[in-house]
Write a new protein. Sequence first.
Length: 725
Amino acid sequence: MLKKNKKDIIKNVLLLTFIFSLILFFTIWSFFIDYKNKSIEYSNVNYELSIEKFNNQIKEKVLLFDKNSIQFINQNIKKDKYIKEIKITQNRYLFNKDTLLFQTKSFNDSSWNLTNVTVDYKYGEIQKLAGNSFYEFIPSATFDKNEKVVIRYQLFKNEEIKNFLIFVDINLFDIYKDSTEKQKKESFIDSFAKIDPQDAIKKDLIIKNIVFANIEYKKNNTFIEQDIVSFLKKLLIYSTVICILMFLLVWLYQKYLKRKYLLKPLRYLDAVVLNMLNSKFTNINTNKFSKIKDYNKVLTNLSKLSSNIASLKNELNINKETLERNLLTDNLTGLPDKKMFDIDMKSMFVYSGEGYLFSLKIAKLDEIVKLNGSLNTDNFILSFTNIINNIISDYKEKNINFYRFYGSEFIIIAREINYEQALAFSNKIIDSLLVQITKSYKLPENIFHIGGTPFDAYGTTNSIMKSVEEAYNSAMLNNINCSVIIKESQIQKNVLALEDKVKSIISNSNFTIDFIFDTYSLENKLLMKELKPILKDNEGKVLPIGSFIAISEKLRLNEDFDKEVILKTINFIEANKIDYKLAINLSIKTISSISFIEFITTLSKQKADTLSHILFSITSYSASAYKVEFSEFVKLMNDLNIQILIKRFKTKEFPLEELASIKIDYIKMDRDLTQNVHNDLIKKHRVKNIVIFGELNDVKILAENVESDNDYRYLSKLDIYAINR
């Protein structure tokens, strides 16, 4: 009998081990095939990106005959692991004025006109290409490419002629990357990682519909195959270890295990594995294995494997930030543009900055174009900009920023200056423009005006811009070149009146609450609303929430106001028995208050069920600007089981790697990220990055104010918690 039982145990152990090995084999094989395919896909993308990058770099430097840069690019190509071999052939030698100026070390003024480009007959001849600004050097039959070409040319401007002689090295491509790898004997494991070779990719370098060079690339698959082999070996080691552990566990505990202790954990493990196969990565619930301690090693390895695959998926799907460089500067003047202005204004509000805003416009720009021509008008705008920049440089002790919005519209932010300094600053600009710029250009009368207004920390960007526009319009009405600067006292009167209204509303709790931004699931279930206080003065006029919060913070009443908002929200929840969440916006100064934390702690004990319908919302910019305060607040709220939402989220303001250590519950993406996302590759990668972050960190992702049906359809395909339209 004992012998029979022993045989049965061995039989069961072998049977279970065999079954487990089969499951493990197919699982690991699926992982391997998926890893191999994605590795190939990832390498193909990077191969194509490398080709595109080097093509663009080479094209620009070939047109300049910049051999040093091309040799540097060649060195980078040699280091590129995705390119096995490259061959470059230059068919035609094209150049233009920019090429000649680049080769001329003593002169680089592109405003001069080019003429009379010649070369000695022994080198060949130079022909002007029809329909464009390019020339072609045609070498003679006896020309030695290792010899530099001597080119003579002339530049003229305003009846002045300059002669130049340059030596140009046209032998640009004497360095190539060849495949010199030694072939090693292929093992059995190597055969699984073998990748079919691709045909060479040929690219033409084209300018003005003229092919002037050809580049042939061959892909390097060796390092990818090595990586796949390494991964396969690890899988084999993992599978061997797991099989051995499984065999030992079943052998030691099979006679003690009951049906309920075996089937339930195995079913859960199977569900986890299936989820992993479907790219759904979740934390393993260890409570299901509390009475089966021998599963711990299996769970640990499976968790590591899940994390590794999740990380790999994340790496393969994320296109690095280096794909995108948002240029926040004006193309002509190099000044920051309106987007940069909006960012700086946001900073001014967050940090309660002081100073003046100036509006400068070049009036009658159309007349200036007629009088001077388009090219000279651009030069005029550059002169205009340079004169003002020179004046700004005289105020080194001040923090002054200069922006260009549109063609003739400019803005200046000058921090920490008063009315007298603002007036002197603006008058100096106008006087300098009248003295310096009128000498070089034909200009109509009365075109330089400046409007200035103090920065109102309790206003909004729109209200401040409206104030500065009014000042500018007042300056224009004077029919002379002048400035109109608003005094701080004029703004202060409005602020004092607004402070009285804010005090009255908060002290008497004289406001109501409403709700905006209804957020629905993809199944059209209402999940969340955002709370909006309705703030009216005694005359029934609605006060802007931004100004109201700023003044309440100055008066140190912001905490009282936020407490009243929370209490009114609790009353609403208890009266209406809601089944969705209400998001309450809090200021940074409120969440940094110890007394506010004590208030919430007390409420959580008294109104736990009601508070489960409330979550606190902080803007991405504020959370990023005050990371320490925000992080501490989130930790405290986690202890109280109160959820946190970051709204208007942008990865530029709060990088995901920094947010990963803070346990938030919701991210509401900024509408700029989701607007036209269906047609924007950069935005798609950013949104996918955020969605993957949410999956890995158990954070629900929301999309805000999605208007386009195409955007909605695209976002619906992602694993997004809810979309607000």
